[in-house]
Design a binder for this molecule. Sequence first.
Ligand SMILES: [Zn+2]
Length: 322
Amino acid sequence: MGNMMSSIRNSGQIKEIKEILNAELGYFGSPNTKHDSVECSICESIANFLFTKNGFALYRCSDCEFLFAPINTPNNSISDFFENSKAIDLYTSKVIENEAARKSAIFRPLAKRIIATHPEAKKILEIGCGAGLLLDELRLAGLGTIDIQGVEVNRFAAERSIEKGHNIFPGAIDDFKGENFDVVVFWAFLDHIPDPLALFRRINGLLGNGGLLIFGNANYAGFEASIMGTESHIYSVPERLSFFTPRTLEILCHEAGFNNTSIEGSGNLDLEIVKDWWENNPEIPKNDFLYSVMNNHEIAQNFTLFLQKTLLTSHLTVNTWK
Ligand SMILES: [Zn+2]
């Protein structure tokens, strides 16, 4: 498991992608002006300034815990970034190189989970389908009886999915026309979206009655971001603009018209990520207790189970119904 995970998450590749990304940040305009507080775009409560990352001020809602960097960039400039980014092209190429490992660790279990959660589903849409890894697994799991569609704004990734014979809309979700889906799924996508409530209302409109939205996203209240603070890779502002806790996600689903939301702590890499960070940055003081937990295999496994049960993993999976 350890070797497989490190082939998925190679720190040298991450560094190379970050360097390209840093040269592309012009798409996001200049850093925002800092205020004491702004209005939360999910629940309209007051959001207070929390910290600045890469020049962009982040605010946390005092009610729903939504943490976000408001930007002054027009929405289509962000679409332009995702459509044309060389960093995303390189990331997609790396994903394809490690496709088998990613499929068995993430997308095969996810496809099985989707089919098991909504066994009657006949029409499924993935938003941000990348190179089509989940679509491949859904096609296998659905045995050809399910209408499977994808939306992908990045040109290079959309072409890879189309080459595999998938039914892809190569553009932004705002321009996609469709209705009566039984399931909409997205993975590691929401934190790039400046207005998550507008997106969730739009997804609600794509689903038929009784439809399922299933998604995975980072949890900034999880172990990794709590220990690493603003150094956590989840805070790659402005490429990522929106950050969530279980409470935020529950309120977001409710505000957009979804019901029966259930959230799982699905991550299992928190300890490995923090351990690597401490070992690669010896100047950062380690917490000796946590470091000893990480170095005892059995205790580390139990600690990971504890993080999952208490929704303190850095990754969450959410089911919510229309
Ligand atoms: Zn709020």
